[in-house]
Design a protein around this ligand. Structure first.
Ligand code: ATP
Length: 202
């Protein structure tokens, strides 16, 4: 899966609809301090389901919406869409056969938030599931920011194993196992409750 374009509108400093294209494997984004380079990385993280405002260098989730400038009024909605080339079929599940995958997230000041997969509304979980095991994702090793190299060098063995499991595509299956174990635990609890009720009634 390769990111080919990012479309932003109303997101942080990108108030006007803007498309950033990534036509080749190696791209550089350069510009003066404060011009919005890191905002592009924040946008990628945000669409992939980042739910911590602090990870996006803000205090609340609405901080991702353009807050106004001396020349422009604030806007009420932020939208970011990521377009992926999936010719290698690494996206999981039903999306494996799609050549192109679009993932979109939208948020408004009144707290309304929505995710879209190839134009169809979906849950946040559908997005995170799609990226699990691909190496992409809001906190994956695909995004290496300042300070992260030393974080990896100093990481505890179990944290390092997390990176290896993601690279090997295992984390998707570990997540499914965790969900299944939770469902089994809930079912056991329900059965116990049922047994208690039956004993009370009989
Ligand atoms: P540096 O090279 O210093 O790291 P940068 O190019 O990475 O800078 P960013 O940190 O991406 O810059 O962008 C910072 C700019 O984005 C600031 O001018 C800030 O005012 C603006 N900005 C951030 N959030 C918002 C928002 N919600 N509304 C409007 N502008 C915003």
């Amino acid at each position: 899966m390769r990111l080919t374009a990012i479309k932003l509108s109303g997101f942080k400093s990108f108030v006007e609809p803007t498309t950033v294209k990534f036509p080749s494997n190696l791209m550089g984004i350069v510009g003066p301090n404060g011009c919005g380079k890191s905002n592009i990385i924040d946008a990628v993280r945000w669409v992939m389901g980042e739910s911590s405002a602090r990870q996006l260098r803000g205090e609340s989730m609405s901080d991702v919406i353009f807050a106004g400038s001396s020349a422009r009024k604030p806007v009420s909605t932020a939208t970011v869409e990521l377009v992926f080339d999936n010719a290698d079929g690494r996206a999981g599940g039903e999306y494996a056969s799609y050549n192109e995958i679009s993932v979109k997230r939208q948020v408004s000041r009144d707290g309304q938030s929505a995710y879209f997969l190839n134009g169809t509304r979906c849950r946040r979980k559908d997005i995170t599931d799609l990226f699990l095991g691909t190496g992409l994702g809001p906190r994956s090793y695909a995004i290496i920011e300042q300070g992260m190299i030393s974080q990896i060098v100093e990481a505890r063995p179990e944290e390092l194993r997390g990176f290896l499991e993601e690279a090997a595509g295992i984390s998707r299956y570990k997540e499914r196992r965790r969900e299944t174990e939770n469902r089994i635990r809930h079912t056991r609890e329900n059965l116990e409750r049922l047994r208690d009720l039956r004993e009370e009634v009989s």
